[in-house]
Design a binder for this molecule. Structure first.
Ligand SMILES: [Zn+2]
Length: 183
C-alpha cells in the first residue's frame, strides 16, 4: 500500500517551505500511526498531470567552509564570516529538492536553492523539476555525472539511484560500482 502524501504542481506553487519542514512531518507521523504500518514517510509523491514521481526535501544548515567572499557575501542564504577571500559562510534556508521515478530507483532531478521559509519553492526550480518529469515520461533522463541528456535505453550503468551516460560510466562509475560490489 502506498501511503505517501501526493502534491501537484498547484500544491507546490502554494505550500511554503515551512509546510514541508514543520507541518508535513506531523501529518506523515499521524498517517503512519493511523495505518499501523511501516512506510517510508520521508518522501512525497509528486503528481505531474497523472505521472507520479517521488520527491524529497533536505534542508541544509550550518557552516560551509572556504566560500569565496566576493561571490557569497551578496548571495541570499549565506552570511560570510570574515572578509578574506576564502572565508567561512553560514548557510541558512538552503534546501535541496530531489526527484526520483515513482519507485525511487532512478534519480531524475536534484537542485539546491535558497528560499524564505514563508515562500513556496522558487518558480524556476518548480519548472525545471516539471520539465525533468516530462522528459522522463518521454524516455529521456539526465546523466547523474555530467547532466547531459540520455535516452532511457542508452543508460550505460547504474550506481544506487544514479544513472550514467557511457562516458561517465566508462571513465569513473564502472570502477566504483565494481569495487563496491566485489570487495
Ligand atoms: Zn555523463
Amino acid at each position: 500500500m502506498d501511503f505517501a502524501i501526493t502534491v501537484t504542481n498547484y500544491d507546490l506553487s502554494r505550500k511554503t517551505m515551512r509546510w514541508y519542514t514543520d507541518e508535513l512531518p506531523v501529518i506523515q507521523k499521524a498517517m503512519k500511526e493511523a495505518a499501523g504500518l511501516q512506510f517510508d514517510g520521508s518522501r512525497l509523491k509528486y503528481d505531474d498531470f497523472g505521472d507520479f514521481f517521488s520527491i524529497m526535501f533536505s534542508q541544509q544548515q550550518g557552516t560551509k567552509g572556504s566560500m569565496n567572499y566576493a561571490t557569497y557575501s551578496s548571495m541570499p542564504g549565506f552570511k560570510v564570516v570574515g572578509k578574506s577571500k576564502w572565508s567561512n559562510a553560514l548557510m541558512f534556508n538552503v534546501f535541496t529538492l530531489s526527484m526520483w521515478n515513482r519507485s525511487g530507483g532512478t534519480s531524475l532531478f536534484q537542485k539546491t536553492f535558497v528560499c524564505d521559509m514563508l515562500e513556496p519553492i522558487p518558480e524556476n526550480v518548480r519548472k525545471e523539476m516539471a520539465q525533468a518529469a516530462k522528459e522522463y515520461v518521454k524516455g529521456v533522463v539526465h546523466c547523474s555525472g555530467c547532466e547531459k541528456e540520455v535516452q532511457r535505453d542508452e543508460i550505460a550503468g547504474r550506481y544506487f539511484a544514479g544513472v550514467y551516460c557511457t562516458d561517465c560510466w566508462e571513465s569513473t562509475y564502472r570502477a566504483i560500482e565494481a569495487k563496491e560490489t566485489y570487495n
